[in-house]
Design a protein around this ligand. Structure first.
Ligand code: COA
Length: 692
């Protein structure tokens, strides 16, 4: 970074002001101070007649990416951006928007007289995605510039637009390849226009406001910031500008110190901290050009489709001709969907399938010498070991080989391979071409180079990759198992499936655990419990309700028309039969049922996730707490605005979490105990975040 994050230089009769705060020119305190100084310099130059205009641009790839979100944990520091913008407002400034202009970046541009953007620039006010509202005039100035309907939709969704759309909306005055040259040569008449603040208030638009409210309530359920942002845009039509700006600033400051903003910031930075750990980042990942996907079922086909999307030639291996037919159909359906969504056209979809894919079948077919092989066959250790024995014998010793197992022992699978250092787990989440999360499973003998190559692949696939060690369920499914055991205990002690789901959906989970099981099928989890023989395992409190659902009631979930709920189409209704089964199980176990309030249900479920998370960290299965949060947010419907279970543990206070777990352990020592790592952290007074 240069010493001065804002520098000025003369260009003819213009003062060129460049914001240079790498990598993305966030508006830190030093940038605000620099802009204030530049405004003073410009004012002096204008008064003396030395300059006639000011051009404001960003160094590097961004114009300005917004406020420095890391400063949000500190008290606000002067000079504040709204005050800086008031100084810019009455000067003839052109914003030369060379790259992203987001949040405070767009607010700076809105305070300029004119705006020219590079074709690749993206503009928007994404503050709601960080749990706040624009804090320097965005909610008041954007509607004055583009009208209330466009502004309320952009601001409440935090949606970004490209330069062309910004031009058609009227956010920018021109789109040019060389924005600085264009700004220097811009028609002076555009600079003589009044500032946005002098424009009349936008017309009210009740329909647009109620559409935005409904959309925010469904797409950003539970989040405060989008609704507050809508209030503010609505106010732009009703109150004088100064009042609107004051309201906006206060709302921004209030939200900035709130729980939701802290959680959303945590996830934002956790995402950027994910990927290859530092010790691997120095290694060069293998160049992967060809892949073999074993199994063309729903998961295999989606993995194959995703790999083809980043330019790999993919061979899909199946058992027989009929299975190849199904695999082809699965792949074709994914391309058809992409065409339907406008992501590609029918011709290129056809061409990609014809040129980018091959299908093989049969037990003795020679395998192509691919760079990467991913197995996605039936979840059975014997079946998988047979596949890997074949891959080990038939592929070059350098081929990177991965299993997509979600539970099985990756080390046991590795034993079948001649060169296990190039083997690892790549746990994709369904649908594999859509879900962002990828658990990268480090087996005992996986080499650093193999891991680095897997992270390289993940980056190209646009995935959020989290490294996990070998254990049953890795990070996500292991926590899921514990979470489900805990909600089953709640059923046994007095709750109903509907009460548990409602409580957790109110908490913010995308779906309650019983609704999720109905969707995925109760037989899958049933088979898993049998495989692990949990019933006879000492030291756990085994709750037989889910087994009885399958064995006695034959309720397998939506696919059998009935599961934890009765279904009419997709509409769910609580089932009297299921409640009777739950009550019978409690009676058989001699448990006196009691009422659980929603808050207690959610707290217990979270304590279970946290407790498992502490063990996962202590065992080295996850590298850091924020990785666990990313897995739960991106793979399991955990509300982003609560930050993930480990972030939540810090926010609740580790001592309080420890006390709650200790109390539960006293009541039910088979199900609960205080994790050693939690105890240590409480004793040392450290937060979990210190381990990130
Ligand atoms: N505050 C502080 N740091 C920020 C930041 C912000 N608003 N936006 C980005 N950064 C940091 C990232 O943490 C990352 O830091 P690192 O290199 O130490 O990991 C670095 O800038 C680059 O960001 P990254 O997201 O990895 O780069 P990208 O090119 O993929 O994306 C953006 C760039 C600007 C599109 C993206 O970072 C973004 O959307 N930022 C948030 C914008 C925003 O919400 N602004 C409103 C703030 S209220």
């Amino acid at each position: 970074m240069t010493d001065q994050p804002v520098r000025t230089e003369r260009r003819g009769d213009a003062l060129l002001v460049t914001i240079d705060n790498p990598p993305v020119n966030v508006v830190s305190q030093a940038v605000r101070a620099g802009l204030l100084a530049a405004a003073a310099e410009a004012r002096a130059g204008l008064v003396s007649g030395a300059i006639r205009r000011v051009v404001l641009t960003g160094a590097g790839r961004a114009f300005v990416a917004g406020a420095d979100a890391r400063e949000f944990d500190l008290p606000p520091m002067e000079p504040h951006l709204p005050d800086v913008l008031l100084q810019l407002m009455d000067l003839p400034v052109v914003a030369a928007i060379n790259g992203v202009a987001l949040g405070g970046g767009l607010e700076i541009a809105l305070a300029c007289r004119a705006r020219v953007a590079h074709p690749s620039a993206q503009l928007g006010l994404p503050e709601v995605t960080l749990g706040v509202v624009p804090g320097a005039g965005g909610t008041q100035r954007l509607p004055r510039l583009v009208g209330l309907a466009a502004a309320v939709s952009l601001i409440s969704e935090g949606r970004l637009v490209r330069a062309a759309e910004a031009l058609s909306l009227g956010i920018v005055d021109g789109v040019e390849d060389d924005v600085v040259a264009a700004a220097l040569a811009l028609d002076p008449a555009l600079l003589a226009r009044p500032a946005v603040d002098a424009s009349p208030a936008p017309a009210a638009d009740a329909d647009a406001v109620s559409r935005a409210r409904a959309q925010a309530a469904s797409r950003m359920r539970g989040q405060i910031a989008p609704q507050r942002a809508i209030d503010l845009v609505e106010a732009a039509a009703a109150v004088p500008l100064a009042d609107g700006l004051a309201r906006e600033r206060q709302t921004f400051l209030d939200l900035r110190k709130g729980e939701q903003a802290a959680a959303l910031r945590h996830v934002f930075f956790a995402e950027r901290g994910a990927g290859a750990p530092k010790d691997l980042a120095a290694l060069t990942p293998a160049a992967l050009k060809t892949a073999l996907v074993v199994g063309g079922g729903t998961m295999g086909a989606a993995i194959a489709y995703a790999l083809s999307g980043i330019g790999l030639h993919v061979t899909v291996l199946e058992n027989d001709e009929a299975a190849v037919g199904r695999a082809r159909t699965n792949v074709a359906a994914l391309f058809a969907d992409a065409v339907k969504r406008g992501k590609t056209d029918a011709d290129s979809a056809q061409r990609k399938q014809a040129e980018g894919f091959a299908f093989l079948h049969g037990p003795d077919t020679p395998l192509p010498p691919v760079d990467l092989a991913i197995e996605a066959v039936f979840e059975d250790l014997a079946v998988k070991r047979a596949v890997f024995a074949r891959l080990g014998a038939g592929l070059p010793a350098t081929t990177l080989i991965a299993t997509n197992t979600s539970y099985l022992d990756v080390d046991a699978i590795a034993e079948t391979l001649p060169e296990p250092s190039r083997f690892l787990g790549l746990h994709f989440f369904a649908p594999a071409h859509v879900m962002k999360l990828l658990e990268v499973i480090r087996a005992r003998r996986t080499s650093s180079h193999t891991l680095a190559s897997a992270f390289g692949l993940a980056r190209k696939l646009g995935k959020i990759a989290v490294e996990a060690g070998v254990c049953d369920g890795f990070i996500g499914n292991r926590i899921l198992t514990r979470y489900r055991q805990t909600t089953d205990i709640l059923l046994l002690e007095g709750a109903t499936p509907a009460a548990v789901d409602t409580a957790l959906e109110q908490f913010g989970m995308a779906m309650g655990p019983y609704a999720v099981q109905d969707l995925s099928g109760l037989d899958i989890a049933y088979a898993n419990r049998k495989r692990k023989n949990l019933k006879d395992k000492p030291g756990i409190r085994y709750i037989a309700i889910a087994d009885r659902m399958v064995e006695d009631l034959k309720r397998l979930g939506r696919k059998s028309g009935a599961g934890w709920y009765d279904y009419e189409g997709t509409a769910r209704r609580p089932s009297a039969d299921v409640v009777a089964l739950v009550e019978r199980t409690s009676a058989d176990a001699g448990v006196t049922r009691r009422v659980f309030e929603a808050e207690e249900i959610a707290r217990r479920a979270m304590l279970a996730m946290m407790a498992e998370g502490f063990d996962i960290l202590a065992e080295g299965i996850a590298r850091k707490p924020s990785d666990i949060d990313l897995v739960m947010v991106h793979g399991y419907g955990f509300p982003r605005w609560r930050g993930g279970p480990m972030h939540l543990a810090d926010r609740w206070g580790l001592a309080a979490v420890r006390d709650d777990l200790a109390r539960l352990a006293k009541e039910d020592p088979l199900s609960w105990r205080v994790p050693a790592l939690l105890d240590e952290l409480v004793k040392s007074g450290a937060k979990l975040a210190s381990l990130n």
